[in-house]
Design a binder for this molecule. Structure first.
Ligand code: XIL
Length: 321
């Protein structure tokens, strides 16, 4: 049985990000993606610079083609992402906009994008990676924070809710599952939003992790329970499990154990119905490049689309054996 069949029987979505170049050049890519996964998210093509390369000119074609594929194969789609410090077009990065203009650009973008994709996407990462790693509050290097100020996150969520009141709106970030301070900052942010009546419905734990020091399942379960107690859903949104490029059998085994633990977490948590990998074949992972060759082999399938131990580990836990 495929991962998606096993996951569906447990009420889970198991998804992957989607790379249109890989899809175009390698027929096996689409075959395995459709066979094994019931969730999809654009690796890059729903980011601001891809959707609005020039002010007021929107390019939805690549994202639409992905959604056609998703619908043909009964896959749930996540939207990623509306407001972020990366992947912004030059006109936005370099424009000399006032706070009022920035808010209008944010509003117009969110309305256009949510309006266009209405009915085809189940949940959006409204704001991505806004929280600082080393101090309370937002990261300083973020055009939205710099030009709008502390309330940019609230505004983004309000605009999104206005644009599509049925949409599940997520705050998404890395290390929430791993670094206690990052978790606490995220918790304070979303709890504060709820107190202020800002429409937020979920938290995305990116889960870019390393096999050698991945967070303990019990600790992650506690963090998810805290968000769930606020009434928020949790999705694991960008899972990959790094092992050294020169990996040994032991590294692959350790990786499989981490994968089993994460699958247990999603099954045992009160409200954590989705595990999205950041890719599914090592052939197209962003990690070797991002880590300058230090880490590799992060995903359930190897470069020849053969399922790895980490795939078997997830399947076994989903089967309930
Ligand atoms: C990454 C993509 O995988 C790369 O192809 C791109 O060059 C940079 O962005 N956190 C996120 C994702 O929220 O959007 C990032 O994706 C990985 C880290």
């Amino acid at each position: 049985m495929s991962l998606r069949e096993l996951a569906a029987r447990r009420g889970l979505i198991v998804g992957s990000c989607y790379n249109p170049a890989a899809f175009a050049e390698d027929p096996r890519y689409g075959e395995v993606l459709a066979r094994e996964f019931n969730g999809i998210v654009a690796e890059n093509h729903m980011k601001f610079r891809f959707l609005q390369p020039e002010r007021g000119r929107f390019t939805f074609e690549v994202a639409d083609a992905m959604l056609d594929f998703a619908e043909a194969h009964g896959m749930m789609a996540r939207g990623h992402t509306l407001v972020w410090q990366h992947s912004n077009p030059d006109w936005l990065e370099q424009g000399d906009f006032t706070r009022a203009e920035m808010l209008e650009i944010m509003r117009a973008h969110i309305h256009a994008v949510l309006g266009h994709f209405r009915g085809r996407i189940a949940a959006w990462d409204v704001v991505n990676e806004a929280i600082s790693d080393d101090h309370d509050g937002f990261r300083a290097k973020n055009i939205w924070f710099q030009r709008v100020g502390d309330d940019f996150v609230d505004h983004a969520f309000r605009f999104a809710h206005e644009a599509d009141p049925t949409m599940a709106l997520f705050y998404n970030d890395y290390d929430i599952e791993w670094v206690d301070a990052k978790f606490e900052r995220t918790y304070r942010l979303v709890a504060g939003m709820l107190e202020r009546g800002v429409p937020v419905h979920g938290v995305g734990l990116q889960y870019h992790t390393r096999a050698m020091d991945a967070p303990k399942p019990e600790a992650v379960l506690k963090k998810i329970a805290a968000f769930n107690a606020l009434g928020l859903t949790v999705h694991l949104t960008e899972l990959d499990i790094k092992i050294p490029t020169q990996a040994t059998e032991k590294d692959y085994r350790e990786q499989a154990e981490v994968m089993a633990g994460i699958t247990h977490v999603a099954l045992e948590a009160k409200d954590c119905p989705a595990i999205f990998f950041w890719g599914f074949t090592d052939k197209y992972s962003w990690i070797p490049n991002f880590t300058k060759g230090e880490y590799d082999h992060t995903l359930p399938f190897d470069r020849d689309y053969r399922p790895k131990a980490m795939y078997e580990a997830m399947a076994t836990v989903l089967t309930g054996e």
